[in-house]
Design a protein around this ligand. Structure first.
Ligand SMILES: Cc1cc2nc3c(=O)[nH]c(=O)nc-3n(C[C@H](O)[C@H](O)[C@H](O)COP(=O)(O)OP(=O)(O)OC[C@H]3O[C@@H](n4cnc5c(N)ncnc54)[C@H](O)[C@@H]3O)c2cc1C
Length: 599
């Protein structure tokens, strides 16, 4: 009962709805059973049939046109559920509803929202999101596409000046999308006015032909996510009506006068890219949910397999290889749930703190997932190589999450920048503010035991305290710090870890209703100890002495054993709630599955 409550708590919202979607998948296996044996063409076709079926069943009703958080959360629940089955499906729907729809929603006027969003919801059009170019991905400011206002025809002229400026990787563009939210430098009366969004028709109908002036090419076969038709787009002086510029932040009048509600180009840039923040939060859930799938396959297999006369899951290395990921999935889940709700609060402005936590968590969770799935693949031995056992294909399907919607290194650097600036400012003023407030207090001898959350959080603080002076000496500037990029990223990682564990501890202490609190706090301890044991920055920063590091190691190993022997591991896997049909033959009776009689 308690485990069921944990399952519901981890889902965060729309628990019943998620189960209904799983039930649909199970009822219609022809369409919705996992397929990892298809080529690019079949994957794309299957994706479109799956999406059409969900649309036909009314799953998207009111989820795009309504601004109520409840409706948007329902769509997120659907998308998260689809990810257990088909990452491409979730990504393609996410690009259409979340990025294209999100661009119109976040950057469009009320009139523009009323015009475009019902078309998206009714699936009369399919949208894609055109930001990246061949020559500029992470460096968004380096894009070269232009949108020049022509007052005589009251239109914008979209143009791709060079091959480097072709839009590249655009999900949905290669075959199906009719419209694209194109990001381009606005030029009015010869003056550049920063990057703005424009709705541009690129195809005459869904899966139809490119419209005049638009050239589209297919990015081609990828080693994962092949259901998504990523495409390349060139604009050859394509004219679009003035009203297709998304005009919430900046406006161009009929006679060519530019006005804006934002104060600076920096602010314009940040707010223009805001829809990506929601995308990043979704990616955190992709990461933690796939860790749930991976461990829900690898752990039952290890429990049912004998090696050298022992149950595989009783072997210390196996516990050490798999359990930290069960625990990190739980911790990240607990921290990410309130983040998602915060994002949907009416009038929510993306604060610096929110940005750091979402960007940092996106990077750390997707790297964690990548390691987890690779470890699960190896932990299943040869069976891990079979596509039907899912873990390997999931690794290639989800690998891209470390790159898109903000490359992980670039994301971590954004966190680094915030903490380094905060620190440099504190040095100047003689007092540290915000999340660095703890630096104002003298460091006391480390108290408590390594299996206590407070001990772990304190070590995380000490690491930040120890690393910052190495990067920003008293006389240094934050600009100089960026020259030592490896250390710069280590500081960002240390800061993100601290925010994650502080949020986790806060959530644990503040919620009286928390189900399986003991299990969650043990998960926090194990994930924390795994970070401390794995990262050399704890010793380099002086946070951890050699003696203390041995004590951490011994406690870590003991806690892993306790997690198994107390039954917490089994409860966690049960609470993950991955339905059997979305696991793999090796997580069940794999001997019967492979019986000669079945040939
Ligand atoms: C499958 C897929 C789908 C996508 N879908 C879309 C889409 O629908 N719409 C869209 O607009 N874009 C999309 N993208 C593009 C995606 O957002 C970019 O690939 C991403 O932003 C990275 O840009 P890049 O590929 O140019 O790599 P680059 O930015 O060139 O990065 C290459 C390497 O350099 C490193 N690097 C870059 N900058 C720095 C730095 N400052 N410091 C240290 N290291 C650095 C990175 O870590 C990376 O390892 C998609 C990409 C893929 C692969």
């Amino acid at each position: 009962m308690e485990v069921l409550r944990l399952s519901e708590y981890l889902a965060g919202h729309h628990y019943e709805h998620r189960n209904e979607v799983f039930a649909l998948f199970e009822r219609e296996p022809e369409l919705f059973r996992p397929r990892h044996d298809l080529g690019m063409r079949e994957s794309r076709e299957l994706l479109m049939r799956r999406w059409e079926r969900l649309h036909e069943l009314g799953y998207f009703k009111n989820t795009i046109t309504s601004s109520k958080p409840e409706n948007r959360l329902r769509r997120m629940a659907l998308s998260e559920t689809c990810e257990y089955l088909d990452h491409s499906l979730a990504v393609k729907m996410g690009v259409n509803y979340g990025l294209f729809g999100g661009a119109v929603y976040g950057l469009g006027t009320e009139e523009q929202k009323d015009y475009w969003l019902p078309k998206v919801e009714r699936r009369e059009i399919i949208g894609c999101y055109g930001l990246s170019e061949l020559g500029a991905g992470s460096n968004v400011r380096g894009i070269r596409t232009t949108a020049t206002y022509d007052p005589s025809s009251r239109s914008f002229v979209l143009h791709t000046p060079t091959d480097g400026a072709q839009k590249y990787w655009i999900g949905g563009a290669a075959e199906s999308a009719t419209h694209c939210s194109v990001f381009a430098y606005l030029i009015v009366d010869g003056k550049r006015r920063g990057i703005h969004g424009f709705v541009v028709q690129i195809r005459d109908s869904i899966e139809g032909s490119p419209v005049h002036g638009v050239t589209i090419a297919d990015c081609g076969d990828k080693w994962g996510l092949n259901g998504v038709d990523n495409g390349r787009i060139w604009f050859d002086r394509v004219k679009i009506p003035r009203t297709n510029m998304l005009m919430k932040l900046g406006q161009v009048s009929e006679n060519g006068e530019y006005t804006s509600i934002v104060k600076s180009e920096n602010e314009l840039f940040g707010r223009t890219l805001a829809p990506l923040t929601a995308g990043r939060v979704s990616i955190i859930f992709s990461a933690l949910n796939e860790m749930k799938v991976g461990t829900s396959i690898a752990i039952p297999y290890a429990k049912s397999r004998q090696v050298f006369g022992k149950e595989l899951m009783s072997v210390q290395t196996h516990r050490h290889r798999l359990l930290p990921y069960v625990c990190s999935a739980l911790v990240i889940n607990v921290v990410a749930n309130p983040l998602k709700l915060q994002l949907l609060e009416p009038g929510q402005v993306v604060t610096k703190n929110f940005h750091v936590l979402s960007a940092g968590l996106k990077a750390l969770s997707t790297w964690e997932m990548e390691r987890c799935l690779q470890e699960c693949r190896e932990a299943c031995g040869g069976q891990g190589m079979l596509s039907e056992n899912r873990v390997g294909p999931l690794l290639s399907e989800f690998n891209v999450t470390t790159t898109f919607e903000g490359d992980n290194h670039v994301m971590i650097q954004q966190a680094s920048k915030v903490v380094v600036n905060m620190y440099a400012q504190g040095l100047k003023q003689g007092v540290f503010g915000g999340d660095l407030d703890f630096l104002n207090r003298e460091e006391l001898p480390l108290r408590g035991e390594p299996n206590e959350m407070s001990f772990i959080v304190e070590l995380m603080r000490r690491r930040v305290r120890g690393l910052l002076p190495a990067l920003v000496p008293t006389s240094g500037t934050s600009e100089a710090a960026e020259k030592e990029l490896v250390l710069f990223e280590e500081v960002g990682t240390a800061f993100c870890d601290l925010l994650i564990f502080e949020s986790f501890e806060k959530e644990l202490n503040s919620s009286t209703e928390l189900p399986c609190k003991d299990l969650l706090s043990k998960a926090g301890v194990i994930y924390g100890l795994s970070r401390i044991d794995r990262e050399s920055t704890f010793s380099r920063s002086g946070a951890l002495s050699s003696d203390a590091s041995w004590s951490v190691r011994r406690t870590y190993m003991k806690e892993l054993d306790r997690f198994v022997e107390s039954g917490m591991m089994d409860s966690a896997i049960e609470a993950f709630g991955v339905p059997d049909f979305l696991k793999a033959p090796i997580s069940g009776d794999w001997l019967s599955h492979n019986a000669k009689a079945k040939l």
